[in-house]
Design a protein around this ligand. Sequence first.
Ligand SMILES: [Zn+2]
Length: 455
Amino acid sequence: MNRLRYATQALNGMNEEQLRDLQWLRLRQQIHYCLGTSEFYRRRFSELGIDERDILSMEDFQSLPVIMNKEQERRSQQESLEHAGHPYGSHLCCAPEDVAITATTAGTTGVPTFTYTLARGDVEMLNASVALMMGHAGILPGERVLFAHALGIYATSAVLPPLRASGVLPIDVDVRGGADALIQFAELTKPVAMMTTPSLAQFLIERMPERTGRPVESLNLKAVFVVGEIGVGIPEVKARIESAYGCRGYDWIGPAGQTLAFSCDSDEYHGMHAVTPDHDLYPLDLVDPITGAHIDPVDGAEGEAIYTSLKRKAVPLLRFGSGDIVRVLRGECPSCGFTGARLRVVGRSDDMLIVKGTNVYPAAIRTVINEFIPEVTGHMRIVLTQPPPRVEPPLVLRIERGAEMRDDDLERLSARIKQALHDRVHMTPQIEWVENGALERAVTKTPMFERRYEA
Ligand SMILES: [Zn+2]
């Protein structure tokens, strides 16, 4: 087994305490830099009554309130558009001329924000971690990787320059051109790996034989990297992708474009390994999504991930409430021996539903449903009859039945699914069965909800 190490070589000889000391040193420098260069941060510190001189330890810092969130970021962006003539936000700490890469969130829930803005120096941090991910998966310089995402200004495009810097040649095909174009370019360019979303990786398993008569295994890939949804973290999805493509499936996450975590080369899934603890506190700063109280990031702890940059020039984030709910895994990875923090994505706080006082994450429901493949296909929707998060019980799930399921067996299957959801997600749904193949297949992100109310 290829032991996974940190992206910055110097960290690999450090013990946990030395690493913690380095993070604290960097954090102090980052705070000082933010206050020295950004009007936004000076104002936020004063609004929240925070004095830099009172932050004497990592614990002090982590007990501060959330300094920034999406809404603050949008306001900051609007401010810089009006007064400074650029879209990066008034929390931009370098000259706008030093920005080398910028990319935005998808903007599905409001105005896109330029969160993935990197100065020239920042790009180098990402280069090292992307090169590590390629190397870990056995992708060699000079090889081609099919890069199937929404291209251009969107977030994932921020890893294209680091891919090129690692010597890998991305074959970037915009997914908005459709799955058939992807299949064509895959066959024309013979890539050794593919980077895409879990939905699309699974869609191609069905689509490719229909179009070409050949299974996806004939692409001869060494690796499939997925991002953007909970994918390989679900055992059945990992198994499906790996057996269909005949190679390892990895999931990866690049929160705010500055840090990187990815799963290791292992049959069993052991979470995404945070390989850049010198760039960001991720995922070791957690808060309760409701109360905002700090959560000790011990093994198994679950909470909203707070992003804090440690060495960023362009748009450093200090205690940024991300809305991502993660579970932290500590201790050596049982498979590859990685000693740093690992994480699993649990869901988004803005997707969270409240059913009879219980917090329910749609992704957790999907994880349980996927465990019933092949009796179900894994395609499902959560029906909302009123605006979330409150749900009048029972929560209605529309679940697509597996191809071989007989009508007589559906009732028993419903009972087993309900029991599993009751035990694991603490709610009992009502199940509506949907014919095999009837739910629309999404090319990029699979919708989680079916809304039956006037927005
Ligand atoms: Zn590992």
